[in-house]
Design a protein around this ligand. Structure first.
Ligand code: 5GP
Length: 212
């Protein structure tokens, strides 16, 4: 039997753990999905495009969106605001897509409380802290102070790994991608509580009205 409902896959973990590379690697192997593009107040980085990595807005615009209740969740990360808009997520779920979020651990908590019954979560990280430091410095997209901040944040975030369904160590991109494909496929099999309750009710009713 195929219940065919939408599902959510939350990916969290330190910047530099390779979340974006992993998503790129698996995107044509996981069926219909929608990658949630967040809104942020952080300055646009070299090589980024408005509407591709993020919607880049001012603090005022972000606060207006909070007031207008446009966000499914939002959080302050590294001193900047990041938020997930409700509308496109709702639409994608109605279209029975797998909705993928790249959000921090605070965002994961919010998504669990609102969409927990259809959510699967993965914490993605490097094999060691040392490896993370190496990757962040070699990427050279951020100032030293920002990198140090990200490392501090990573040390805090790793303490909350047990809140996630899976821990994925990205030591080898091909191997990690294979694991993530399996997780994404399993995530699609999650059934919302409402659908389960309807099924159970119908399952019992049929045994009353039809002789077995
Ligand atoms: P970056 O500035 O490196 O792109 O992202 C910084 C952090 O913000 C990452 O850990 C990323 O997962 C998180 N992030 C991105 N978008 C959102 C969002 O919409 N909500 C939350 N809670 N975190 C986000």
């Amino acid at each position: 039997m195929n219940f065919d409902t939408g599902a959510v896959l939350v990916l969290s973990g330190p910047s530099g753990a390779g979340k974006s590379s992993l998503i790129k690697k698996i995107e044509d192997k996981i069926g219909a999905y929608y990658f949630s593009i967040s809104t942020t107040t952080r300055p646009i980085r070299k090589g980024e495009t408005e509407g591709f990595e993020y919607h880049f807005v001012s603090q005022e615009e972000f606060k207006k969106d909070i007031e207008d209740e446009h966000f499914l969740e939002y959080a302050k990360v590294h001193g900047n605001y990041y938020g997930t808009s409700i509308k496109p997520v709702k639409k994608a779920l109605q279209e029975r897509k797998l909705v993928i979020f790249d959000i921090d651990v605070q965002g994961h908590t919010s998504i669990q409380s609102r969409l927990g019954d259809i959510t699967t979560s993965v914490f993605i990280t490097t094999p060691t802290l040392c490896e993370l430091e190496k990757r962040l410095y070699s990427r050279a997209t951020d100032e030293k102070e920002i990198i140090e901040n990200r490392i501090k944040m990573a040390k805090r975030e790793i303490q909350r790994v047990s809140e996630f369904d899976y821990l994925l160590i990205n030591d080898d991109l091909d191997r990690a991608a294979k694991h993530l494909i399996r997780i994404a496929k399993a995530a699609r099999m999650k059934i919302p509580t409402q659908v389960i309750n309807d099924f159970v009710r119908k399952w019992e009713e049929d045994s009353i009205s039809i002789s077995c």
